[in-house]
Design a protein around this ligand. Structure first.
Ligand SMILES: [Zn+2]
Ligand SMILES: [Zn+2]
Length: 122
């Protein structure tokens, strides 16, 4: 009896896959290679958002959910990191710790912090 030994190869990496467990194959290709190729293809078609202010390409993909984005302004669009940093006031203000624990009421504390802010800015 003649046993025909088929030689299968992965079309992505060219390695012989005849002896690879079928669980790790997609047709005759490595499952990992097929998934990789799929991801590469997706990356190519996936576009990056343009910055709504300066028009530069951002590093945010259009497919990224807005919850996971940095610099996205709802109703306006995506900002690049540069414009986002420009638009965000990163100045700090010191709030005495005693003020926090001496004021158990959040609303009262908020009012005190705001008062402090106005004093700092006048
Ligand atoms: Zn492969
Ligand atoms: Zn920008």
């Amino acid at each position: 009896m003649i046993t025909l030994l088929a030689i299968w190869t992965c079309q992505y990496c060219g390695k012989v896959t005849s002896d690879v467990d079928v669980d790790y194959l997609s047709d005759y290709d490595h499952l990992s290679c097929a998934l990789n190729a799929e991801m590469q293809a997706k990356k190519k078609t996936d576009e990056y958002e343009d910055c709504i202010l300066c028009g530069d390409k951002t590093d945010v993909l259009r497919s990224t959910h807005i919850d996971f984005r940095t610099g996205y302004i709802e109703g306006a669009g995506q900002l690049c990191i540069k414009c986002w940093n420009k638009g965000t006031d990163r100045r700090h203000m010191a709030v005495p710790m005693s003020m926090v624990y001496d004021t158990p009421n959040d609303q009262e504390l908020g009012a005190k912090v705001r008062q402090l802010y106005y004093e700092n800015n006048s």
